[in-house]
Write a protein that binds this ligand. Structure first.
Ligand code: FES
Length: 104
């Protein structure tokens, strides 16, 4: 069992139980925290944008070029911004903290 620490758009903290092997986007979407995942994980919509806590960002598999290209289309990103559909959850990520960015 592992958990994701989510800081939502109101600044409230939630600990969500995560399922190994699922996309991070799928977990966040199913908890209805405000992540849509419109394209279903095809790296084509950026509605799964999250900002990873700096302490965790380097522990993730680096983004591919198509993820970086899609992030570049957003009006505002942080240096640790990721598309959560491109991150496969592993129990090794237990305790990862992320923030949901404000919507535009
Ligand atoms: S769900 Fe569409 S880019 Fe992630």
């Amino acid at each position: 069992m592992s958990f994701i620490n989510v800081i939502d758009r109101r600044g409230e903290h939630r600990a969500l139980e995560a399922v190994e092997g699922w996309r991070l986007m799928e977990i966040l979407r199913d908890y209805r925290v405000g992540i849509e995942g419109v394209c279903g994980g095809a790296c084509d919509c950026a509605t799964c944008h999250v900002v990873i806590d700096e302490a965790w960002a380097g522990k993730l598999v680096p983004p591919r070029d198509d993820e970086l290209d899609k992030l570049d289309e957003l009006p505002l990103i942080e240096k640790t911004s990721r598309l959560s559909c491109q991150i496969i959850w592993s129990d090794e990520l237990d305790g990862l903290t992320l923030t949901l960015p404000q919507e535009f």
